[in-house]
Design a protein. Structure first.
Length: 148
């Protein structure tokens, strides 16, 4: 049974707020580009309850030479459902989706605490850690998906 479905940007807010913007206003859950036609949002459901989310944005980072890049943003799984493989399924789903869009590369800014999770999925750190205001320390991470 497929638990991953396409959702709207507004549907991501409940999980984004609980996991990524805890204690902040709900407005902080809206990301620039959320409503663009080239942005895609996916949700992981358990018994019809949204417990995990991921969004991909058509966004080229000039650090990388690849022409057709997507950025993952807002990947989050509710605390009660973490460590069950849901995050991995969401990332792999987006990789397959990006391949259908003929993407060459996926990149994102990963929270320091999540770096190990992404490294297990084949993503590589690029450069040194940096601070995102009001969010914390991050690493730029990327993975080429064109030749897999």
């Amino acid at each position: 049974m497929q638990n991953i479905e396409k959702i709207t940007d507004l549907e991501t807010y409940s999980v984004r707020h609980a996991v990524l913007r805890k204690g902040k206003s709900i407005e902080t859950c809206q990301f620039e580009g959320d409503d663009l036609p080239s942005t895609h949002h996916f949700g992981y459901f358990v018994n019809n309850e949204l417990v995990g989310i991921i969004s991909i944005f058509k966004n080229n980072n000039s650090i990388f030479a690849a022409n057709n890049q997507y950025q993952i943003r807002g990947m989050a799984v509710l605390e009660s459902h973490q460590k069950k493989g849901i995050g991995e399924l969401l990332v792999k789903y987006c990789e397959a989706y990006c391949k259908k869009l003929q993407s060459d590369l996926i990149w994102f800014n990963a929270r320091t605490a999540a770096v190990g999770f992404y490294e297990k999925l084949g993503y590589t750190k690029v450069g040194a850690a940096f601070e995102i205001k009001d969010v914390g320390e991050h690493y730029l991470m990327a993975k080429s998906i064109s030749n897999e």
